[in-house]
Design a protein around this ligand. Structure first.
Ligand SMILES: CC(C)(COP(=O)(O)OP(=O)(O)OC[C@H]1O[C@@H](n2cnc3c(N)ncnc32)[C@H](O)[C@@H]1OP(=O)(O)O)[C@@H](O)C(=O)NCCC(=O)NCCS
Length: 278
């Protein structure tokens, strides 16, 4: 894609109801312009998608969209296969590709070699307060603490992705907090403004109490606003917590992998960063 096409892809994502974060696509463009793939008819953009190479032999496919007027003619299939093959080439022969695919397309992705691992459920509603108080303190992360966040997050993701976080967390309006127990970080959470309301995620925590503290702190900051929290069904405590906060299931994706299914600690993962980028 050329830079101007990224905003069209973002607009299509809004039209699909995916509600991207306001800085999401710019952060990833800044990281890796080659992640954005255009499908053109003549000089017109008619489809697109991302293929983000995180390094370490892991990549993520997202934002797979064909403009409505061009659907159902085999173009999407060609675009998807091209993206999969190109990303695989970039990652090398032992590379692993992840995606959060809409459930309706799971059979198509399975035909393309992807294996479902678990579902991620979009829990949505209005943010409720107040922030829970305890002996441990929730603090807004300073620049120097972000490295610690990236290390903790890496346990819940197939590879470490510091360069991604440097850009993602720096976007306007993104709030990142951590829970300090003594001098140990027990949880981290991120909130970002979206086209509609906010998204909560990732949330990474040592235990449910720690997760609840960061979630309640972030939700209290936006009390009454629409919020979406993408929860891995593989962490039942996270699902229960999202319901306790009054959120209900609004959408689901199937986390699928091509290649060896990575071992990630889903017990510590209470919220996914993004359906588009993992
Ligand atoms: C998904 C999408 C990109 C497909 O584009 P397209 O040009 O219509 O795709 P094609 O005509 O090449 O079909 C590709 C495959 O998807 C399948 N497919 C397309 N739409 C589908 C749907 N709504 N439900 C189930 N399968 C579907 C087709 O059967 C085909 O599979 P096959 O080749 O094995 O028979 C397009 O429908 C779209 O933009 N949808 C909205 C965004 C979206 O949901 N993207 C997927 C996010 S994970």
């Amino acid at each position: 894609m050329v830079a101007g096409e990224v905003s069209t892809l973002a607009r299509w994502a809004v039209d699909e109801g995916w509600n991207p974060g306001l800085g999401d696509l710019d952060a990833v463009w800044d990281l890796q312009p080659a992640a954005f793939v255009a499908l053109r008819q003549g000089s017109n953009l008619v489809g697109g998608g991302t293929i983000l190479d995180y390094g370490g032999g892991f990549g993520f496919m997202g934002l797979f969209i064909v403009e409505p007027a061009w659907r159902g003619r085999g173009l999407g299939g060609r675009l998807w296969t091209w993206r999969r093959d190109r990303l695989h080439e970039r990652l090398g022969s032992s590379g692993v590709i992840g995606m959060d695919g809409v459930v309706a397309l799971e059979p198509f992705y399975a035909r393309g070699g992807f294996i479902p691992a678990y579902r991620n459920i979009r829990m949505a509603g209005l943010a409720s307060g107040p922030a829970e108080r305890g002996e441990d303190s929730v603090v807004t992360l300073a620049h120097g603490d972000l490295d610690r966040f990236a290390v903790a997050e890496a346990a819940t993701f197939p590879v470490a992705r510091e360069a991604f976080w440097t850009r993602w967390l720096a976007r306007e309006g993104v709030q990142t907090v951590g829970l300090l127990r003594g001098d140990t970080w027990a949880a981290f959470g991120v909130l970002r403004p979206c086209v509609e309301g906010f998204k909560l995620g990732p949330v990474v925590a040592d235990d449910p109490d720690a997760a609840r503290m960061v979630v309640s702190d972030l939700l209290a900051r936006i009390e009454g606003s629409p919020v979406q929290w993408d929860v891995p069904e593989a962490n039942p405590a996270a699902m229960v917590m999202a319901r306790d906060f009054g959120l209900v299931e609004s959408f689901a994706c199937s986390r699928m992998y091509l290649g060896r299914i990575p071992s990630v600690d889903t017990r510590r993962l209470y919220g996914v960063a993004s359906f588009e980028f993992g």
